[in-house]
Write a protein that binds this ligand. Structure first.
Ligand SMILES: [Zn+2]
Length: 697
């Protein structure tokens, strides 16, 4: 998700502060140096840090990250490995959904919009465990009176369950003995008559419905149009069916067994297994439906001319008009409704939009994703953009999506895996953006401008990789998916706007630093719903973890990092990586322990401030004394510019800091006196004060 103010007023204010640029003792470079052309280390050291033993100024020492026993057990059982990969015994359970839903614009109490649904779920137990119960999420109960939540919301009543059957037997709620089911806030617990054995499949049939909230699930779904168009012309429907929670091999909470049953509280997001979906959506006949998945019955729901234009658009590299305002997509029918059939494979959720005929632009194209099928040919995916006339910046949306999907496919090394990516303009529901597999809902950005609209597009589409393909537990560790997404977004921005002087990765670091200096920070590893303020959730989930990916690139070197980053996506696609997998994976790739990095920045809220204390030109070389003013541990990357114009790179490893030192001295052999010395000239690290990073003669 991308928040827009007022969700994070503190961060928005910080971003404004940051826009002014930070004061440095020299003009800021136009851009951070291209990591791929960063000079190799040169120069030599004369043992450096041994010269200093300033132990008087004590500093806290980082610990190695200690994975919890739950994770250690998973490694012992071979579902995960010590080098952070899925193990030989890795498993995930698999749900299959057959969903029949009808959107009734006036079908609820007092003419409110209502979604009437029927879900047939088959759940395959691939775990070695016998399951006595199933746990599902009913996110719409966020809108039920009296339910726990950490954000205020409108009350609509939540989910009405009309019938629930398990393995063919209808169950009574809250019975004294099994089989039965019970609803607790956003959780649905089904106690089975017979336990579900390893390798077996259970089935559930649920008939249900709910009043569609106008700005539901923290502005992640709902409806709009009344204000700008005089009548509702968009329903964007997500979180609309009972969704099986994840039964995991890593049991972070023993009291929950293997089930992830943390409530949906409003702020932190989702976690689910990949599965297959058959989705039938019944909507008013003149309206257009776009969903996650492939449309199975275009002949029944699209006019011939629209089908023709759609096919042409999907063959074209150029954005192509499929529908213009004033036209409807559907054929004239005698019926009041039409049913759209969609099918989706290997997705962890589905969402759909229902758009009033005549009010929408619909544009399509295709875009390359790389060689997905491995046949030596470049594959492509389909792009759809839907927007209303009062969101004119969206006329560029197809290009933005094309660029984002192609860029992210290349940058992660993982080709976009699905048949389409579709963006729906959601003014009146959402200000920022929200991701769903193959689908995103985003604001109009009329006030933000084209750059902001590109950025949010690159952001939401980056979520197709994390958490939609690498399915992380967003509810507990929002920083994994949001951090990587902000990082990938920044890379895409730099590629899309190469000439505008922005330094997206550096800007993210500054945003984090401002949050840290403002004292709103809390540890990244705090479970996301347990942050005390939305500002600390914001810093810990977005700019800080993004800045740390960039720092990791500095630590590992650009080429090693790129390889490891791509390998990580490859290893964990369609699986559930945890933070401990991530730490182990990148340590294994780097070949060295990095507990000092994880502990300084992920467990603690220590900050980095390295300073050049003194520089002496001696017969033995350039003697540089560095003072470490912050508590966060980081190697010192020195760039020494000599009087003869040569430039030397020298890295001081973390050892002196781990010995408790506050200063260290390195002697760098040089062919001429130093004119200038700079710490982290490449701007990889989130140094809180760059005024003290530079020495000049
Ligand atoms: Zn996001």
């Amino acid at each position: 998700m991308r928040f827009r103010s007022p969700s994070l007023p503190a961060l928005a204010a910080l971003a404004l502060l940051l826009g002014a640029g930070c004061a440095t003792s020299r003009p800021a470079p136009d851009d951070d140096p291209d990591p791929d052309t960063r000079p190799a280390e040169s120069g030599t050291s004369s043992g450096g840090d041994a010269l200093s033993t300033d132990l008087s100024a004590r500093r806290p020492q980082p610990d190695a990250i200690q994975a919890p026993p739950a994770y250690e057990r998973a490694v012992e059982q071979g579902t995960r490995t010590e080098d952070g990969r899925p193990g030989p015994n890795y498993w995930v359970n698999r749900p299959t959904y057959d969903l029949d839903v009808a959107l009734q614009p006036e079908g609820g109490p007092d003419g409110a919009p209502y979604l009437d649904g029927r879900a047939r779920i088959r759940y395959q137990n691939n775990s070695p465990d016998t399951l006595g119960a199933l746990v599902l999420e009913l996110a719409q109960n966020h809108h039920k009176k009296g339910v726990q939540r950490n954000e205020s919301t409108m009350i609509t009543g939540g989910v009405d369950i009309e019938r629930l059957a398990a393995n063919g037997t209808a169950l009574e709620a809250d019975a004294q003995s099994r089989p039965t089911y019970s609803v607790n806030d956003t959780r649905l617990f089904v106690a089975l008559a017979e336990p579900l054995l390893p390798g077996e499949t259970a089935s559930l049939d649920v008939e249900y419905g709910f009043v569609v909230p106008e700005q539901g699930i923290s502005s992640r779904m709902g409806y709009s149009g009344e204000e700008l168009y005089g009548q509702t012309n968009l329903y964007y429907i997500g979180y609309f069916y009972p969704q099986v929670s994840v039964y995991d091999d890593v049991r972070f909470r023993e009291d929950q067994g293997g089930w992830m049953e943390d409530r949906y509280l409003g702020r932190a997001e989702y976690y689910s297994d990949h599965g297959s979906y058959d989705l039938s959506i019944t909507a008013p006949a003149a309206w257009t439906v776009q969903s996650t998945g492939t449309l199975e019955n275009p002949r029944e729901v699209l006019r011939g001319e629209v089908r023709q234009r759609r096919q042409e658009a999907y063959q074209s590299g150029e954005p192509t008009t499929i529908l213009e305002p004033g036209e409807r997509a559907t054929p004239e029918t005698d019926t009041e409704t039409l049913t759209w059939e969609y099918r989706a494979e290997n997705v962890r959720d589905v969402a759909f939009s229902v758009m009033r005929g005549g009010d929408w632009h619909w544009e399509g194209a295709r875009t390359p994703v790389g060689d997905r099928s491995g046949d030596g040919q470049t594959d492509s995916t389909r792009i759809n953009s839907f927007w209303r006339p009062k969101a004119p910046l969206w006329s560029e949306m197809t290009r933005y999506q094309q660029h984002s999907i192609t860029h992210h496919s290349r940058f992660t090394g993982l080709e976009y895996p699905w048949p389409h990516m579709s963006a729906v303009e959601g003014m009146g529901i959402i200000g920022g953006g929200m991701e769903f597999p193959m689908m995103t809902l985003m604001g109009g950005y009329n006030d933000g401008g084209a750059g902001d609209l590109y950025n949010v597009t690159a952001h939401e589409l980056a979520h197709m990789w994390i958490p939609m393909t690498l399915s992380t537990n967003e509810r507990r560790f929002a920083w994994i998916d949001e951090g990587a997404t902000v990082f990938n977004e920044a890379a895409a921005r730099k590629d899309f706007f190469p000439d505008n002087g922005t330094r997206p990765h550096v800007a993210d670091a500054r945003s984090y630093i401002q949050g840290a200096l403002a004292g709103v920070e809390a540890p990244l590893m705090r479970w996301s719903d347990y942050h005390y303020t939305s500002a600390s959730y914001g810093v810990a989930s977005y700019p800080k973890p993004a800045a740390l990916w960039h720092a990791l690139r500095g630590i590992m070197g650009a080429e090693d990092f790129r390889q490891a980053y791509e390998d990580f996506y490859d290893a964990w696609a369609f699986k559930h990586p945890t933070p401990y997998d991530l730490f182990s994976f990148f340590e294994a790739a780097h070949g060295e322990g990095m507990g000092w990095f994880w502990d300084s920045f992920y467990d603690e809220t220590w900050t980095l401030d390295q300073a050049v204390q003194s520089v002496e030109n001696t017969d033995g070389g350039v003697r540089v004394t560095v003072r470490d003013r912050g508590n966060a541990v980081m190697p010192v990357d020195l760039t020494v510019t000599l009087a003869n114009g040569d430039t030397l790179q020298h890295r001081v490893p973390v050892d002196p800091w781990l010995r408790g030192q506050r200063t260290t001295t390195a002697t760098i052999q040089a062919s001429a006196p130093a004119e200038r010395v700079e710490i982290d000239a490449a701007r990889y690290y989130p140094d809180t004060d760059r005024n003290n990073n530079v020495w000049t003669r």
